[in-house]
Unconditional design. Structure first.
Length: 731
């Protein structure tokens, strides 16, 4: 048999200290307290929910064990004015007998219920085989193996015709005839044949069954039955031991696969972080899982919020000091020294090659596929382990049934074992088998869904991220439906009214749904988010007032890592609007503000040349989704002239492309003596405001220039040395 869970785990875990045991005991008590509290809350919720539905519940007919005298027992069938039932002998059906319908079994009057007639016939058959009942009581359980009083060689079942019907009797060479049953006209009417013919058929059946039962109770037959039972028991032990060995091997295999699966999940998360870091910063450096999403989110959210509803005004050359697009690097590429005002006399050094892994964007997908492969292997191993466990149960139950059925004295117990317990076990085995086969089928479909090449890489990437959660949801729904079907099947075996039980269960489920509405909304909205592909793991999204990298998501919650490294958990029911910045492609929406005195045509030409040069650069070409677009003058304000530029990039590449473009624009502006816009403010005194209550913009600008010139002249005069007149000559 399968060892218990403790027998499997304690040898692996080693000896535990008293402190550990106290901790486990306290943990068990805390779990019980939590479960008790949840049960109390659920009871209160159900009581509140039932208050408004008392009339509906009062009309539901629940299954009960009360006796209804107007209904026949389960073993009796009613056909018109007749009721019939099957006579059984040692677990096998012999023939059907009938009686008039009894409408009220609490007061049958002169009618004999058919179940009473069946009980009398079966008692007569048992007496023929077992002998004197008083001797059975004195012998205890030994009467099961006692030799019968009748001789099977001389046993005869005879037909005696009496005025009330035909009576079948039994006798041997030494005993007097004993009545067994009476063939009535109602029996002949039910079987649609004459009474004499029906009596002969029953005579042959009883002759065969009674003779076989007596022969099986002979000493030679009992010895043969004991040997068969021993062989069955030995086969049970050997097969059970072999299955136990298989279970131990599968258990070790499962532990190894679980360890590999956990390592693959960790590697997949690191690969996702690594690929996103390469896409964000352009650096091919490893990002450890300890600071993966926090460091990334801080880098691309704080440095490049360009597509979250806001606009970056002006040029923001705030690249990290180690990024490949720093100002010093660009000066080195152009043969310039770090000092912009002093050109370098040394030859321009060759730009350092960017060691970017060609599989940076695919490594996380490979890890995800490895994880799915391990999932399928774990499913197969789990299925085999589950099958071996049920094999142990079926071997022992089947062996017990076979051993019990070998001895005629215990053969009646076979029907008791098979009637309900074994049927229930077989039902749950079949339901579990279908559930496991369904898991394997779903895994196969997910594999086909994952590996088909009907879509672009981006679509395969996003589907791969969604497969795990969708498969989990489908498996949960499939398991619920299968076990619900199995529960109804078990109710039918137990003789309970399935319709009433399901109605009562529906009422309970409705009351439970009232108590857990938020959870249901979370699950439904989570399934819609995943099925509609609103976002996936690795996307940069804005949900409400929270922005960040989607680090984890399931049917209930979504977790974001923001720029401060904080993990934000949002229930799916609270998500009503999502801004996805990395869905299939991204965009750098940039406003470049230049001074008013700049030549706008020259500025537009410089920006177009910089954008086209970046687009044609081999190191940056694969990061673009579409050619860059310089839209033109967007706004005119006191800061200057704003020019809008759109750079459509691959997902997660807008941050690195935006920083590189700003840096190149900064260098190009420096070469062409183009100044960026600066805010302008005018300070006026109250007296001047009274004299000029509503000046226009040109007057204001002229006044400011006049004031600046005056101040400049005063400063120049103050810096010149004062000249004094020569002293006059004395008269």
């Amino acid at each position: 048999m399968q060892p218990s869970v403790q027998q499997q785990r304690w040898p692996m875990q080693g000896s535990r200290t008293d402190r550990d045991r106290q901790f486990l005991s306290a943990r068990c008590h805390s779990r019980r307290a939590i479960l008790l509290g949840l049960a109390t809350l659920l009871s209160l919720a159900l009581a509140i929910g039932f208050g408004s539905f008392s009339q509906a519940i009062a009309q539901v007919s629940l299954p009960t064990n009360t006796f209804d005298p107007t209904r026949p027992p389960a073993s009796v069938e009613r056909v018109g004015n007749l009721e019939w039932g099957m006579v059984r002998f040692e677990g096998r059906p012999l023939f059907a007998v009938t009686s008039l319908t009894v409408r009220d079994r609490s007061s049958p009057d002169d009618l004999v219920p058919v179940e009473d007639r069946i009980s009398t016939i079966q008692s007569n058959l048992k007496w023929v085989i077992a002998g004197n009942p008083s001797e059975q009581v004195s012998a205890g359980l030994a009467w099961l193996w006692q030799r019968p009083t009748l001789d099977p060689e001389t046993l005869r079942v005879e037909i005696d015709e009496l005025p009330g019907g035909i009576v079948l009797t039994v006798r041997d060479a030494t005993a007097s005839p004993e009545p067994l049953l009476t063939v009535t006209p109602l029996d002949a009417q039910f079987h649609r044949r004459p009474m004499s013919q029906l009596a002969e058929e029953w005579q042959q059946i009883l002759q065969r069954e009674l003779t076989a039962a007596l022969q099986m109770r002979q000493p030679e037959a009992l010895k043969r039955q004991v040997r068969v039972a021993q062989a069955i028991a030995l086969l049970m032990l050997v097969s059970s031991f072999l299955l136990w060995l298989v279970q131990r091997w599968l258990q070790r295999r499962r532990h190894r696969l679980q360890a590999r699966h956990k390592a693959a999940k960790t590697a997949m998360r690191a690969d996702v972080t690594y690929a996103a870091s390469v896409a964000t910063t352009g650096e091919d450096t490893f990002v450890s899982p300890a600071n993966d999403a926090a460091a990334m989110a801080a880098r691309y959210i704080n440095l490049g919020r360009v597509n979250s509803g806001g606009v970056n005004s002006g040029i923001q050359p705030n690249s990290p000091p180690n990024s490949p697009g720093t100002l010093a690097d660009h000066r080195a590429r152009e043969g310039r020294s770090p000092d912009l005002s002093r050109p370098s006399s040394s030859p321009p050094p060759s730009p350092p090659p960017v060691q970017k892994s060609p599989n940076a964007s695919h490594s996380w997908l490979d890890a995800l596929r490895r994880s799915f492969t391990l999932d399928r292997r774990l499913s197969v191993v789990s299925f085999l382990q589950w099958f071996a466990f049920w094999g142990q149960i079926l071997i022992w139950l089947g062996g017990v049934v076979l051993i019990v059925s070998q001895f005629p004295g215990t053969r009646t117990l076979t029907e008791s074992i098979w009637l309900k317990p074994l049927r229930l076990l077989i039902i749950w085995f079949l339901v579990g088998l279908l559930n496991r086969f369904g898991d394997l089928l779903i895994n196969s479909l997910s594999k086909a869904w994952q590996e088909n090449d009907l879509f672009t890489f981006e679509e395969v990437q996003r589907r791969s991220l969604r497969i795990s959660t969708i498969v989990t949801a489908i498996k949960g729904l499939k398991t619920f439906l299968l076990y619900l079907l199995g529960l109804g099947w078990a109710f039918s075996v137990l003789g309970l009214p399935v319709g009433s039980v399901l109605t009562f269960g529906a009422v309970l489920a409705f009351a439970a749904s009232l108590a857990s509405q938020n959870l249901i909304r979370d699950l439904v909205n989570g399934f819609l988010i995943i099925s509609e592909d609103q976002y996936a793991i690795g996307d940069v999204v804005t949900i409400g007032n929270s922005s960040g990298l989607v680090e984890n998501m399931n049917l209930r919650v979504t977790q974001l890592r923001n720029g401060d490294g904080r993990l934000i958990t949002i229930p799916n029911s609270m998500i009503d609007r999502v801004e996805n910045q990395t869905r299939l492609w991204s965009r750098v929406d940039l406003l470049i503000t230049v001074a008013y005195d700049s030549q706008i045509e020259e500025v537009l030409s410089v920006i177009r040349n910089v954008a086209q040069g970046l687009y044609e650069d081999p190191q940056w070409r694969d990061k673009f989704y579409n050619p860059p677009q310089v839209l033109g003058v967007e706004t005119l304000s006191h800061e200057g002239i704003a020019i809008r530029v759109w750079l459509d990039t691959q997902p997660m590449q807008q941050f690195a492309v935006g920083r590189e473009f700003r840096l190149r624009v900064r260098i190009a502006f420096e070469k062409n003596d183009i100044d960026i816009g600066m805010p302008q403010q005018l300070f006026r005194s109250s007296h001047e405001h009274e004299d000029h209550p509503s000046p226009n913009l040109e007057a204001t600008r002229d006044d400011a220039e006049t004031a600046e010139q005056a101040l400049g002249m005063e400063d120049a005069a103050s810096r010149q040395p004062k000249r004094t007149a020569p002293p006059k000559a004395p008269d």
